[in-house]
Every structure is written in C-alpha cells, then in structure tokens.
Design a protein around this ligand. Structure first.
Ligand SMILES: *[C@@H]1O[C@H](CO)[C@@H](O)[C@H](O)[C@H]1NC(C)=O
Ligand SMILES: *[C@@H]1O[C@H](CO)[C@@H](O)[C@H](O)[C@H]1NC(C)=O
Ligand SMILES: *[C@@H]1O[C@H](CO)[C@@H](O)[C@H](O)[C@H]1NC(C)=O
Length: 267
C-alpha cells in the first residue's frame, strides 16, 4: 500500500510538473467569466470598482491612449443592449463586444482584458461611436444579435493554431493579395454597422478588401469552444488606426468578421 501511494504521489507530481508548469495558466474559464461579469456590472453602474480581480497596477488604454481605468469609458453608466464575450484559458485573456444602442450616446465597445496570476493586469478598450468607421449602432445591434456564435461541439472544434491562421490570412491579404484566405460559405462581415451579408446561404466575405494596408501589432484572444478569435491591431502600420477584428471560424473557415475602427483620435 505504501509503495502504491508513493508511486501515485510521485506520478502525480511529475505529471503536474511536466504538463502543468510550463503553461500553468492560473486562470479558469470560471475566473475569466467572473471577470467579464464584473466588467459588465462596471459598465452598467459606471464604476470600475466592480471589477474585483483588477490589479492595483493594471495598465489601461482606451483607443490606444494610456489612461486610468476609473476615468475611462467605465466611468459612464451605460445600458448594454447586447454583449458577447470570448474566453482564452491558455493566454488568460478575454474579449467582450458591448453594444449600447442609446440614441443620444451610442457606442460599440470592444475590450480585451489580460491576467497575470489571478489578477487583471492589462485592459485595452476600443470605444467606437458616431464618426467612427461605418458606425451605425442600429446595424451592429441588428446583425450581431442575429448571428450564431454558440459553442461548437468538442469533436468539431478547431485548434488554436487553425483559428489564428484563418484570422491571420484574412488580415494579411490587406497587404499581400497572394495570401489564400479560408473563406467560409456562407460568410458575412460586420464592419462598424455595415453588413456585407443578407443573412443568406450565399453570403460571401470575398467582396472588396483594400490593398496596401499593413495590419500590425496584433494582440489575440482565442476561444476554441466558440471558434472565436479577436485581434486588436493597428490598421495601416505601427501608428495606424486603433482597430479590432473579431472572427468566428467554423471547420477552419471564416464564418463571421466583426470590425471596430477608431477614426477620431480625441475620444
Ligand atoms: C449579457 O448577455 C447575456 C446573454 O448573452 C445576458 O444574459 C446578460 O444579461 C447580458 N448582460 C448585460 C449586463 O447586459
Ligand atoms: C501563475 O501564478 C504564479 C504565482 O502567482 C506565478 O508565479 C506565475 O507566473 C503565474 N503564471 C502565469 C502564466 O500567469
Ligand atoms: C443603419 O443600419 C440600419 C439597419 O441595418 C439601416 O436600416 C439604416 O439605414 C442604417 N443607417 C445608415 C445611416 O446607414
């Protein structure tokens, strides 16, 4: 008995060392979900104090400008009409899309949060509103609510590598027309509030992509359970526009693209 317990104990600690240690993520889906629930409460109530896991030394950017989280968009209580989040349990990061369809003060907000240990150490947010690229909150709310970003059955889930590669191919084609993009069919792009699709099986995403644009400084949040990846980037080189491209990938192919692009630097 002693021998068996000893062996089991050694075996367990060996496996936790060899399997656990190098990528020990310190976050669970539950801890990430709790943080996002707090983010939504914070935005609804107008107080970042609602985010319990926030590190005292959290760094915050809003539209690529460094600031303090308590003085940013979270200081404004907003009624959220639609929200959707993805959870990256490998990188310990989250992405949330918040749609605020208030007629006087409409917003579509994209927020990435990153953890170190059990604390949120980085929050980056893009706040789009009237004047930003193709902004039309009515369209965003309508189309985003209609889409299916539900969990994908485990056996059909793509790997992180496949999901990221599909997103990268799409982002790369803006600067290299030779790139082969795994277009899905159907596929639809929601850019600001403008939709390339009609909600039909024939919808295509291969409809007009600019060229000569470097989409760089890519920051990924990947959630295999829903085939989603969000990429924060600069659109048009290192000092380019603050931008988010979010993708839903199904069986290696692009199903949806959502973009937020900040045109007005003063917000
Ligand atoms: C966020 O969306 C979920 C449905 O996906 C909903 O149940 C929840 O109430 C929403 N939260 C807020 C704060 O609007
Ligand atoms: C996990 O937490 C431990 C203790 O807080 C820390 O030393 C380690 O760097 C953390 N790992 C990651 C990936 O955050
Ligand atoms: C905004 O989107 C809605 C819904 O798709 C559409 O009916 C409306 O015409 C759009 N407004 C503008 C100014 O494009």
């Amino acid at each position: 008995m002693f021998g068996l317990h000893f062996l089991l104990a050694v075996g367990l600690s060996l496996s936790s060392l060899t399997l656990g240690a190098p990528t020990d993520a310190n976050c669970t889906r539950e801890s990430l979900e709790a943080a996002v629930a707090d983010l939504l409460t914070a935005q609804t109530t107008g107080s970042s104090a609602a985010i319990k896991a926030l590190s005292p030394s959290v760094t915050y950017t809003q539209n690529d400008k460094a600031g303090t989280i308590s003085a940013g968009i979270l200081a404004s209580p907003l009624k959220i009409d639609h929200n959707r989040s993805e959870y990256d349990t490998t990188a310990c990061a989250t992405y949330s899309e918040l749609i605020v369809a208030d007629k006087a003060k409409p917003y579509v907000i994209g927020t990435q949060m990153r953890f170190t240990g059990d604390q949120i150490t980085k929050v980056q947010t893009l706040v789009t509103t009237t004047g930003d690229w193709l902004f039309n909150v009515t369209g965003t709310l309508y189309w985003s609510s209609k889409e299916n970003w539900d969990p994908i059955p485990a056996a059909q889930q793509d790997t992180r590598a496949v999901i990221q590669a599909a997103a990268d191919a799409y982002l790369d084609i803006f600067n290299n027309k030779k790139v082969v993009v795994p277009w899905g069919s159907p596929c639809a792009r929601l850019e600001g509030g403008s939709y390339t699709g009609k909600g039909l099986p024939t919808d295509s995403c291969n409809v007009g992509i600019p060229s000569g644009e470097d989409l760089t400084n890519r920051r990924y949040v990947i959630d295999e359970t829903v085939g989603a990846v969000d990429v924060f980037l600069n659109f048009g080189g290192a000092t380019g526009l603050p931008d988010s491209h979010q993708f839903r990938i199904e069986s290696g192919k692009i199903r949806y693209v959502h973009t937020l692009t900040v045109m007005t630097a003063s917000k």
